[in-house]
Each structure stands twice: as structure tokens, then as C-alpha cells.
Design a binder for this molecule. Structure first.
Ligand code: NAD
Length: 477
């Protein structure tokens, strides 16, 4: 039975403990106290999940897309009805504010609905020239690995299209933030998803991923997390040639040109950067400002960062909660120490708050030398570097100077600067004069070390299909 603070596995349509009763602790990052536990799957639990997913595969993929969609829409409505409680659970285990958690669940519901709504159309044959069609087919069992920063919406971005396309899923939720996966799967169970079509496991990530990807039952790997782990998973997936969708790290630049409207740019950057305490793969982390605006921008940005109210995520006045875990605090400390040792200047923030909880204040660093780690390693936290530039070419060169290529942002009204930046910036997604991340209806994917494949929109849906080319056949019933 589903229990609020003892999170269980969901295998073959049933909630249950792990077969060897192993559990992992769940911690409240605002207090550092353990408040619950999550079941860890054993090898035999994983085998059971694989077998039940495989048993359900044919009936789920051959079920009319309209019927699959009806179950997903019902699941989305059930999830929407419990957002109030689910957001509180997410906030308690992740540290984001209740408002942020509520917004995230809203996007998760919307994503599930978008994929359900488009299931029929995207499962239909596609004309591919004279007397030729493409017949979409579900690829088969999906192993989905989701992280702790946006556990609700990232599950929706994987399960929404996979299930709508006709693929059963084995989801490994994030052990730090299990409630989102549990609420999501429970909503689908209540909506009548057949046994085996969705299985939820938790456990030791290395063991779980190795076990699942070693199985030839799994046909697709979808993962969001660090570049390092993404590469390890891609290597495992190579053995069975599983299709990979990898949404990995980012180190996103914002280019603020000399004609930028700072009254719009600074609040937009502040709001987007410090959401979820900066733990977002597409959060901006390096700001490049035209030299003529540098001093004005920097003082405005420092003032905005200092005004952010940090505190317990369940207090209505709080604008930024704690970081999700102690590993992030250690990472912030390492990056700041390294930058300062190399001569950088901390303009605001820079040290952990002296209180229980993983609290790290908005931090702005300037005069950062090129070899500092903070300019190359994904910060994944509330740290921003700010640097001036003289020419657009220099801004593009600096913006592209990391191995990542996920998101980039620019502020300018000038058509020639826009053109040059849109063409020149290496990123999977660009936003002009505002900051926007993912949405249900648009494809999103990285370049360079930020991964490959797409989530969202038609391309995200088709990630879970093969397209069978049929020659000599003009139409298909
Ligand atoms: P991590 O790389 O160990 O873990 C990130 C996520 O991947 C976690 O949810 C974890 O459970 C999962 N994971 C780790 N090893 C795995 C494996 N072998 N198989 C399957 N899943 C695995 O690091 P972390 O300390 O939890 O997070 C820090 C780094 O992770 C950040 O610096 C950031 O780069 C990255 N991260 C990225 C995103 C994103 O949205 N792209 C989300 C979370 C974390």
C-alpha cells in the first residue's frame, strides 16, 4: 500500500517493499534531518520489473492510441487534483519553495496532457513521398532515469511520450526525492494503467542502471543528469544498442549587449537563475556584459541577488530554499575556493549560511581567470560569474568556451547582434530578451557534451518510435 514517508517500489501493478527489505534514507535539506525512507530494489525485483514490462509490451503498443491517451489524461487529472499535497512533499525533500513545486507539478500535468492529446496523430502513418509511407511503431521497453532537481516534470517528459507512444516503462526515480515518482505512478495506477506498463524502482543508481541496461528487454534509455553519468550509461547501452536520449549538463551564458534594457534583463536573469537554488541544467551561469554597461549591470545584479529572501521552503515569504543535498554545498565551496585562489573576487555570497540546512546564498563572482573551474565545471547552484566584453565576436567566443551546449540567452534589440549571436552561439536552445526553459510542445536537446536526442514536442515523442518505411503502399488503415 502507498505510504507517505515509506516510499515503495511499484512492480507489476503492485506497491511493495524491496524483496530484501533494504531501504535508503530520505532527508529534508532544510533541516538535514531524515524524515522517511525509500525501498531499494534487489536484482530479483529488477528482474521482476523487466519481466512484467515485457509481458505488457504487446498489448500496450497494440492498444489504440486513443485508449492509451484516455488513461494518460485521466492520470493527469488525478495528479492535478493532488498537486497541493504533492507540492508540499516535493518541497520537503528537494528544498524548492512550495510555489516552485506547485509550478513544477503544473508543468508535469501539462506535459502528460500534451503527449496524450497528440498520441493519435503521432501514432498514425506518415506519407513519405509518392506511394510510400512511414509506419510509426513503439520501440519497446524504456528504462528511464530521472534526477532530483525537477523530479516531477522530468518524469512527465519521459513517461508522457513513452507511454503515449505505446512503450512500457521502468522508471528509476531519484532516491533523494522519491515522492514525485510515487505520486505520478499512483495517479497512473488510479487511472487504470495496466499492470506492468509502468514500474517504479529505486536503489543504488549504479547497480540499477547496470542491471536494467544489461537486459536485452530494454530498448530505450532516457536519462537526465550529469555528463559523466550520461557517458557511463551510454557505454552500457552500447552492448544492446539501446536508443539513448541523454539530457545532460549545461553551463549557460547570457550575453547582455550594449543596447540591452537592464530594467528587464536583471529581474529576468535573477528570477530564472535562482529558481530551485540554481539547480537547473539550463540556468544561466556565466553573464557576459557589454563593457559600456558592465558597472551598471553588476551593481544592479548584486542588489537583486542580495534582495532574494532565503529561508525554509514552506514559508510563503521565502524566495529561495536550501540546496538539495550536502554534495551541492561541497561543490559550491570547491568552486568558490578555486576561483578566489586564482584571483577572482566574490561580490556577494560565497559562503554557506551558518545555520542548519543546506543553505547557500546567491553568489556573484567577477574577475574570474580563464582557468578557474567555475568557468568550466557545471556549477549547478546559485553561483553566477559576470565579465565584460568589447565586441560581439569576443562574446560569442567566450560564451562557447565550455564543453557544454545546452542553453544560451541574449538581451539586445539590435537585429545584427541578434543574427550574429543566434548563428554563433553553440546551444540546443536560445532565448532572446527573456529566459525560458523547456515546454511540453517544443523539442529541447543539447549539443556538445550536453547530450543528444530530444525531449518535448513531436521530436520528443518520436524518440520512442521507430519509423517503418513501407514502399509501394500509398495508404494504410
Ligand atoms: P550524479 O551525477 O551522481 O547524479 C545525478 C542524477 O543521476 C541523480 O538523480 C542520480 O541518482 C542519478 N545517477 C547517478 N549515477 C547514476 C547511474 N549510474 N545510473 C543511473 N542514474 C544515476 O550527481 P549528483 O551529485 O546527484 O548531482 C550533481 C551533478 O549532476 C550536477 O553537477 C549536475 O551536473 C548533474 N545533474 C544534472 C541534472 C540535469 O537536469 N541535467 C539534474 C541533476 C543533476
Amino acid at each position: 500500500m502507498f505510504n507517505a514517508t515509506t516510499y515503495q517500489l511499484f512492480i507489476n501493478g503492485r506497491w511493495r517493499a524491496g524483496s530484501d527489505a533494504t531501504t535508503l534514507p530520505v532527508i529534508n535539506p532544510a533541516t538535514e534531518q531524515v524524515f522517511g525512507s525509500v525501498a531499494a530494489a534487489s536484482a530479483s525485483d529488477l528482474d521482476e520489473a523487466l519481466a512484467s514490462a515485457e509481458r505488457s509490451r504487446r498489448s500496450w503498443s497494440s492498444r489504440p492510441a486513443k485508449e492509451r491517451a484516455e488513461i494518460l489524461v485521466a492520470g493527469a487529472r488525478i495528479l492535478a487534483a493532488k498537486v497541493g499535497d504533492a507540492a508540499k512533499d516535493l518541497s520537503r525533500e528537494q528544498g524548492k519553495t512550495i510555489a516552485e513545486a506547485t509550478g513544477e507539478y503544473g508543468r508535469a500535468v501539462e506535459t502528460l496532457e500534451w503527449n496524450a492529446t497528440h498520441a493519435e496523430e503521432l501514432s498514425a502513418p506518415v506519407p513519405a513521398g509518392p506511394n510510400r509511407i512511414l509506419v510509426p511503431e513503439a520501440l519497446g521497453v524504456v528504462a528511464a532515469f530521472t534526477p532530483w532537481n525537477y523530479p516531477a516534470v522530468l518524469i512527465a517528459r519521459k513517461l508522457g511520450p513513452a507511454l503515449a507512444a505505446g512503450c512500457p516503462v521502468i522508471l528509476k526515480g531519484a532516491e533523494e526525492t522519491p515522492s514525485a515518482a510515487v505520486h505520478f505512478v499512483e495517479a497512473l495506477r488510479q487511472a487504470g494503467i495496466p499492470d506492468g506498463v509502468v514500474n517504479l524502482v529505486f536503489g543504488l543508481p549504479v547497480q540499477v542502471s547496470r542491471h536494467l541496461l544489461n537486459s536485452s528487454i530494454v530498448k530505450v534509455l532516457t536519462f537526465t543528469g550529469s555528463t559523466e553519468v550520461g557517458k557511463q550509461l551510454a557505454k552500457l547501452a552500447a552492448n544492446n544498442l539501446q536508443r539513448c536520449i541523454l539530457e545532460l549538463g549545461g553551463h549557460s551564458p547570457v550575453v547582455v549587449c550594449e543596447d540591452a534594457d537592464l530594467a528587464k534583463a536583471i529581474p529576468a536573469i535573477t528570477e530564472y537563475k535562482f529558481e530551485c537554488a540554481g539547480q537547473s541544467c539550463n540556468a544561466p551561469s556565466r553573464i557576459l556584459v557589454a563593457g559600456t554597461l558592465y558597472e551598471e549591470f553588476l551593481s544592479g545584479m548584486i542588489e537583486a541577488a542580495r534582495k532574494i529572501k532565503i529561508g525554509p521552503p514552506d514559508e510563503p515569504a521565502t524566495q529561495m530554499g536550501p540546496m538539495a543535498n550536502g554534495r551541492r554545498i561541497e561543490a559550491m565551496q570547491r568552486l568558490v575556493k578555486d576561483a578566489v585562489e586564482r584571483g577572482a573576487r566574490v561580490e556577494t555570497g560565497g559562503t554557506r549560511l551558518d545555520q542548519p540546512g543546506f543553505y547557500w546564498p546567491p553568489t556573484i563572482i567577477t574577475r574570474v581567470p580563464n582557468d578557474a573551474k567555475v568557468l568550466h565545471d557545471e556549477p549547478f547552484g546559485p553561483i553566477l560569474t559576470v565579465a565584460p566584453f568589447d565586441t560581439i565576436e569576443e562574446a560569442i567566443r567566450e560564451a562557447n568556451s565550455t564543453e557544454y551546449g545546452l542553453a544560451a540567452y541574449l538581451f539586445t534589440a539590435a537585429a545584427d547582434a541578434k543574427q550574429a549571436l543566434i548563428r554563433g552561439l553553440s546551444a540546443g536552445a536560445l532565448s532572446v530578451n527573456y529566459l525560458k526553459g523547456v515546454s511540453a510542445d517544443a523539442p529541447y536537446g543539447g549539443v556538445k557534451q550536453s547530450g543528444y536526442g530530444y525531449e518535448g514536442g513531436e521530436q520528443g515523442f518520436r524518440s520512442f518510435q521507430s519509423l517503418k518505411l513501407v514502399n509501394g503502399f500509398a495508404s494504410f488503415g
